[in-house]
Design a protein around this ligand. Structure first.
Ligand SMILES: C[S@@+](CC[C@H](N)C(=O)[O-])C[C@H]1O[C@@H](n2cnc3c(N)ncnc32)[C@H](O)[C@@H]1O
Length: 269
């Protein structure tokens, strides 16, 4: 007789996390994906690789419930000790499971959030992991575009954040989000690019051109700094829209965000 052992897909990595670290990502997900979560009969969100403490999963539940009250969150971690440490924090709508990129939940999730997980993998593993995770998302149907994978990186306290959003069909957009008061220039965000882009910030690659144009627009908007960093950022992004496919508008820009189509900044070749 053979016993079936559950072998999670992936590797245990550093468990660094912090309370409130992923607030920018949570807010963006709530704003841009809340309607999809509300529409689903049984909305399930996965916090994949929540780390050494369960804070980000607890916060994801409370932030998503403000826009989609029936949402349930499953925290998935590849390190069994971190799952055991999180279990006392389970509550109505929140459970923790041992697993990896296979995502050990019976449903096709409406959201998979993987923050600061792929940064510790190799660049050439990203495409395969994305494909695997996208294949697990709830499919598009009727008026729904399907589930969303949000994969990205931030600093230890969440002041600088860049993430890619993917649907069942593949990558859609890249979002840059920052605390504006802490910013010297937009390319400060380069150190937080997701794994798929961080090694591509070199001349000849679209992401490098984008950050260069972003810095140039920021410099040109310097006179707006006297009205505050927010006004300068809004002006900067407005300039960017003339040459780059920015997909959001002033409501998000006011938060210190900008989202562009993935195809415009994707690595060459
Ligand atoms: C740096 S922590 C990030 C914690 C949290 N997401 C945050 O952003 O604060 C990365 C975590 O991802 C976990 N991890 C790495 N690969 C994984 C995989 N394939 N499936 C599930 N968890 C994984 C690691 O064990 C680690 O605890």
């Amino acid at each position: 007789m053979t016993s079936r052992v559950h072998r999670p897909v992936g590797t245990v990595t550093r468990g660094t996390t912090n309370p409130n670290r992923l607030r920018r990502m949570d807010r963006w997900i709530a704003a841009t994906h809340g309607a999809e979560l509300r529409r689903a009969a049984d909305p399930v969100a996965v916090d994949l690789g929540y780390g050494a403490a369960p804070w980000t999963a607890v916060e994801l539940l409370s932030r998503l419930r403000t826009v989609a009250p029936r949402t349930r969150v499953v925290g998935v971690e590849i390190d069994p000790a971190r799952v055991a440490a999180a279990r006392p924090y389970e509550r109505e709508g929140l459970v923790f499971r041992h697993g990896g990129f296979e995502i050990p939940v019976p449903q096709r999730p409406h959201l998979v959030r993987a923050a600061n997980v792929l940064r510790q993998y190799d660049e050439d593993q990203v495409a395969e992991v994305w494909q695997r995770l996208c294949a697990r998302l709830a499919p598009a149907s009727g008026g729904s575009r399907g589930g969303l994978l949000v994969e990205g990186t931030c600093d230890e306290i969440g002041r600088r954040h860049v993430w890619v959003a993917l649907g069942p069909e593949g990558p859609r957009t890249v979002t840059f989000a920052t605390r504006l008061g802490s910013l010297d220039r937009p390319s400060d965000l380069a150190e937080r690019l997701p794994k798929a882009l961080i090694h591509r910030n070199v001349p000849g690659e679209p992401i490098h051109t984008f950050l260069h144009d972003f810095d140039r627009a920021w410099a040109a908007a310097a006179p707006y700094a006297s009205y505050g960093a927010r006004q300068r950022w809004i002006r900067t992004v407005r300039t960017l829209t003339t040459t780059w496919p920015v997909t959001d508008g002033p409501t998000r820009w006011r938060q210190g965000e900008v989202t562009v189509e993935w195809g415009a900044v994707a690595p060459r070749g």
